[in-house]
Design a protein around this ligand. Structure first.
Ligand SMILES: *[C@@H]1O[C@H](CO)[C@@H](O)[C@H](O)[C@H]1NC(C)=O
Ligand SMILES: *[C@@H]1O[C@H](CO)[C@@H](O)[C@H](O)[C@H]1NC(C)=O
Ligand SMILES: *[C@@H]1O[C@H](CO)[C@@H](O)[C@H](O)[C@H]1NC(C)=O
Length: 519
């Protein structure tokens, strides 16, 4: 009897599970590993909960899992050593870096759609319940959602930007929402607001007049049978998830279908460290510093004098150092330095004997560091790393070091400041507490909203009406014209009335005059 009821409950649970299983197509086209980590965190969780997930990506899973099918993009090979190129030829201006980004995006989009695996998928009769597409310079790929006639869910690997706010209609007034390309805080000076305003117009025009028309042309070429064009699909996204959180940035407006899920890639359960690593960390009487520049700054691209400066700085420390370094033969490695080409970063940062993190300032690493309550020294190289470091410095939980001017003196002084001034650790503890205090963990929140969209057939009720207005309607220019026109007409009418009354009076008075004279 008991056995039977267990079977009964199990089958009921299984049925309930089956009823809710949806089919998702994940489109993670970016070749940048950290972008991919955010996307796979969500898609793996969906698969774990019994949904069937198909993912097109240049980074297939190392360990295959149930319900998760990888479609590899061979032509879109991963960028591992991006740092090398960027360090050798940095963009000379902000405007140039925007244009470089856009050119890269157009190339990436076309390369993706030329993949034989992608073409085969499109030609097959496979169907899906929603398309989850990374929002990163590949707008033509939103055509996949129209191709399958299902809701489009955008997943942004960083914070709010026109690339993703355009999809749902979140307003970004330039007076208090700085562009992610500028390293300003929300409270800008008049001069910064002016720069932000002009840069916003430049970005808007380069998007609307140059970049988006090119994406729309690619869309037309590869999705000739789609009913709606790219612009319409893009401004009708059902949901956009952002890898950001107000505790890590600043308060700004969002419409209801734009949700912050920053740090959802962080595993909330700690795993034990490998034994030798655990021994090394526990044996450090003065604590441990963890140093990793992510996949960007590979040792082969670092000039010898910089490497020497870093090595000499570490040699003089009482602390032990973990350094993510690809070459196992590091000449003159001091005994207090442990090198490895890979470290379980989150679990290291979680260790109480780890004092702080030296990072390139990427969003994933800095979020992990804040989550674990560790301050950081950042050596930003490109993109939003400068912004992240600027925020950390202003917030008092980070110190920025310039890569080009890196010397032993500067590096050492930053490390000493971090070791001797307790305010950095105190400050990051506050931010960490604010970040952790959420009604739901970000990964559960992301899954909730993704399922919500499918459950409610695209959740059209969340769609902001502002998305369907023209520029003139949105900015109330037509209303203002009506009001202005109306007021002007009333004024004219009054003037006319006064004039005719005046004329009539004069006429009457003149007649009286004539009558008087004739009498
Ligand atoms: C993308 O750029 C690479 C390198 O410049 C080039 O070889 C390739 O042909 C480009 N692909 C497309 C589809 O434009
Ligand atoms: C889809 O294609 C497969 C293999 O090409 C075929 O076996 C299956 O019957 C097709 N299903 C539908 C619904 O057309
Ligand atoms: C998090 O880590 C735990 C412990 O290693 C593991 O069992 C679990 O699968 C991980 N969760 C995710 C979402 O990766």
């Amino acid at each position: 009897m008991h056995f039977l009821s267990v079977i009964l409950i199990a089958s009921v649970l299984l049925c309930a599970h089956n009823v809710q299983a949806y089919r998702f197509l994940g489109v993670l086209h970016s070749r940048i590993k950290s972008h991919n980590i955010v996307g796979t965190a969500l898609l793996k969780e969906l698969a774990r909960r019994g949904h069937s997930v198909t993912v097109i990506s240049p980074f297939p899973l190392k360990k295959p899992m149930d319900n998760y099918v990888d479609i590899e993009t061979y032509k879109l090979s991963p960028i591992d050593s991006a740092g090398g190129h960027i360090l050798q030829s940095p963009a000379s201006s902000l405007a140039e870096s925007v244009l470089i980004f856009q050119a890269m995006g157009l190339n990436m989009t076309r390369t993706f759609l030329e993949e034989s695996n992608v073409k085969a998928l499109l030609a097959s009769n496979q169907t899906f319940d929603a398309v989850i597409c990374e929002v990163f310079l590949a707008e033509a790929l939103y055509g996949l959602s129209e191709h399958y006639n299902v809701p489009l869910i955008g997943l942004s690997t960083f914070g709010a930007h026109a690339w993703n706010t355009d999809m749902v209609g979140s307003p970004s007034p330039p007076s208090y929402v700085p562009s992610v390309f500028l390293s300003f805080n929300a409270r800008m000076t008049l001069w910064q607001r002016a720069i932000n305003f002009v840069f916003g117009i430049f970005e808007r025009m380069s998007l609307d007049l140059y970049y988006l028309p090119k994406q729309a042309a690619i869309y037309k070429e590869y999705f000739p049978n789609n009913k709606r064009d790219m612009y319409e699909v893009r401004r009708n996204a059902a949901l956009v998830l952002l890898n950001q959180h107000v505790s890590l940035s600043f308060s700004r407006p969002y419409v209801h279908n734009q949700i912050e899920v920053g740090g959802m890639h962080i595993n909330r359960t700690r795993s034990p460290l490998p034994a030798d690593l655990e021994r090394f960390i526990n044996g450090a009487n003065h604590g441990v510093i963890y140093f990793s520049m992510g996949s960007y700054l590979r040792s082969e691209f670092m000039s010898l004098d910089k490497r020497q400066a870093i090595l000499e700085t570490f040699r003089g420390l009482k602390q032990r150092v973990l350094w993510k370094f690809e070459n196992p033969k590091l000449e003159g490695k001091p005994d207090n330095v442990y090198i490895s080409e890979w470290f379980p970063q989150s679990d290291i940062l979680a260790h109480p004997n780890v004092k702080f993190f030296i990072t390139h300032g990427g969003l994933l690493g800095t979020t992990e560091s804040i989550y674990h309550g560790k301050p950081f020294i950042g050596i930003p190289i490109f993109a939003d790393q400068f912004l992240n470091m600027n925020r950390a410095e202003t917030g008092g939980y980070g110190i920025g070091v310039d890569y080009n001017g890196l010397t032993k003196e500067k590096f050492q002084s930053a490390i000493e400041r971090m070791l001797n001034d307790e305010s950095y650790t105190k400050r990051v503890a506050d931010i960490s507490a604010q970040y952790r205090d959420q009604p739901m963990n970000p990964l559960d929140l992301a899954v909730y909203w993704v399922e919500y969209v499918v459950r409610h057939k695209g959740a059209r009720h969340l769609h902001c009406a502002g998305q369907d207005l023209s520029f003139i309607q949105y900015h109330s220019i037509d209303s203002m014209l009506i009001i202005f026109g109306g007021l002007t007409s009333v004024l004219l009418l009054i003037l006319l009335l006064i004039r005719s009354v005046w004329g009539w009076l004069q006429f009457v008075l003149a007649r009286k005059d004539i009558k008087k004279k004739t009498h």
